[in-house]
Ligand binder design. Structure first.
Ligand SMILES: *[C@@H]1O[C@H](CO)[C@@H](O)[C@H](O)[C@H]1NC(C)=O
Ligand SMILES: *[C@@H]1O[C@H](CO)[C@@H](O)[C@H](O)[C@H]1NC(C)=O
Length: 281
């Protein structure tokens, strides 16, 4: 018996750890959101975020919702919402903690509770939430906190423009580089930018994505980011009338800039008089 245990412990160390933790049954207390991002708490401005506090236990007595506004070092002393399922299965709220008007809370079961933040606004970005479960019996109850949920706000960009050069068409000397700059409206997260050459036809299907000479940077503007793309394009003689444009997105939808036409310019390589030749005259 001893030897068998020893062997098991040596050979199946990881299995031992797992079995130790999973027996008896794991007790969990979690909070999650119904949107995007790792905890489901990345939400677009104006959307509702449904937060769910769940436990694997079925002897939950009370659930307290706690909020930590962004920039605060600590959670508020008082819970925001205090709720429970009574013995008759009814969802009850402690009237000392009235549910805020921008929230909507309910009990799904004795083990699952939800609160929806109605219309998440930019100033709620960085706010944190957690639940405290009280479980056991009235005579002998225990507290347990869930993990924390941090609200992030996604803001879709709404436009993309070529910010430089301003003129159209753009004159570029043949065999030199034309530099184009693309800029998005503010958004979160940072956008990705792609560049295209317009194949001199009206259809966009034959346009070609430019894969070299491009770079992207972003600048914070308040809680959002302006994304800038730069294209350095070597202009050839047969690029006359070639169009250049950019597209950007930070959510599903792409936004396309206007097109800049290239007007190729030739430079006559004549020997210009220099200072020294001038002196000799
Ligand atoms: C999350 O739930 C809320 C409330 O039911 C709903 O309004 C919102 O659209 C949901 N969000 C997503 C991404 O499904
Ligand atoms: C335009 O389209 C034609 C035919 O598909 C292709 O041969 C040509 O390389 C394209 N030109 C540019 C500048 O993309």
């Amino acid at each position: 018996m001893m030897r068998k245990c020893f062997l098991v412990r040596c050979v199946f160390m990881s299995w031992m750890v797992l079995s130790f933790h999973s027996n008896p049954v794991i007790t969990t207390f979690t909070i999650s959101g119904n949107s995007t991002g790792p905890d489901g708490a990345s939400v677009s401005q104006g959307d509702n975020l449904k937060m769910t506090c769940s436990s694997s236990r079925n002897d939950i007595l009370v659930v307290d919702w706690y909020n930590k506004p962004r920039g605060n070092g600590y959670y508020r002393m008082s819970p925001t919402v205090v709720m429970k399922v009574d013995t008759g299965g009814k969802c009850l709220f402690n009237p000392n903690y009235p549910v805020p008007t921008n929230m909507n809370c309910g009990c799904v079961s004795i083990s699952q509770y939800t609160c929806t933040l109605i219309s998440v606004e930019t100033d709620m970005k960085g706010d944190m939430w957690r639940c405290r479960f009280t479980y056991g019996t009235q005579a002998s109850s225990v507290f347990a906190n869930t993990n924390e949920l941090t609200i992030d706000l996604t803001v879709g960009i709404t436009s993309t423009v070529i910010s430089s050069p301003i003129v159209n068409p753009v004159s570029v000397i043949v065999n030199t580089e034309g530099i184009f700059q693309c800029q998005t409206s503010p958004g979160n997260p940072v956008a990705s930018v792609v560049w295209y050459t317009d194949n001199k036809t009206s259809v966009t299907a034959d346009d070609t994505q430019i894969t070299s000479g491009t770079s992207t940077t972003s600048t914070p503007v308040g809680d959002l980011f302006v994304t800038r793309g730069t294209l350095t394009l070597q202009v050839q003689r047969d690029d006359q009338d070639l169009g250049v444009y950019c597209r950007a997105r930070n959510m599903e939808q792409w936004f396309t800039s206007g097109t800049k036409k290239i007007n190729t310019a030739l430079i006559l390589l004549c020997a210009k008089p220099t200072m020294s030749t001038f002196h000799h005259r």
